[in-house]
Design a protein around this ligand. Structure first.
Ligand code: NI
Length: 179
């Protein structure tokens, strides 16, 4: 197991489209385990491979703890790793205050589908299908966005998105200068 470095905005790799995984190999399984460890260490509820510099379609999520804290009576409370995830059904609308390990220090409300069904492969390459609502649905859509090079700040209104990204870029430059 290894902790991986989490890229932060405006790293250009976060804006790239990830490639599908052809075959789930032991290296894929290892990457997934490292992603989980990295996510838990950073106290996140989801992580996508591009966030650790790997441009492959792999995500991990675990919303169980956060949901328990918020006492939301939501279903599957367990960690999920999904290879080549695809949203095959979605319904309704839900606004959630989102954050991202790649956009530290900023949260904002984003509107997404309220329920989704996501299909893909598990860490051993077996097909899986997950029906989700609430935070898990938000998480899955947020992480799948990362595979398209899309951050939650790209989902804000055009004006707000450009303002926020400008501010975040400025802050990243200042932090790099004082580091
Ligand atoms: Ni994120």
């Amino acid at each position: 197991m290894a902790l991986l470095e989490i890229l932060t905005f405006p790293d250009p790799r976060l804006a790239k489209k990830a490639k599908p995984v052809d075959v789930v190999t032991p290296a894929t399984t290892q990457l997934i385990e490292d992603m989980f460890e990295t996510m838990y260490e950073a106290e996140g509820v989801g992580l996508a491979a591009p966030q650790v510099g790997v441009l492959e379609r792999i995500i991990v999520v675990d919303c169980g703890k956060r949901e328990a804290e918020e006492e939301r009576p939501l279903q599957p409370k367990e960690p999920y790793a999904i290879v080549n995830p695809v949203v095959v059904e979605k319904d309704g609308k839900l606004v959630w205050e989102e954050g991202c390990l790649s956009v530290p220090g900023y949260t904002d409300e984003v509107e997404r589908a309220a329920t989704v069904r996501v299909e893909g492969l598990d860490k051993h390459g077996n097909p899986i299908s997950i029906e989700a609502e609430g935070l898990l649905a938000v998480c899955l859509q947020h992480e799948i966005d990362h595979l398209e090079g899309v951050l939650f700040v790209d989902r804000l209104s055009r004006l707000k998105s450009s303002m926020v990204k400008k501010k975040l870029k400025k802050r990243a430059l200042e932090e790099a200068a004082t580091a």
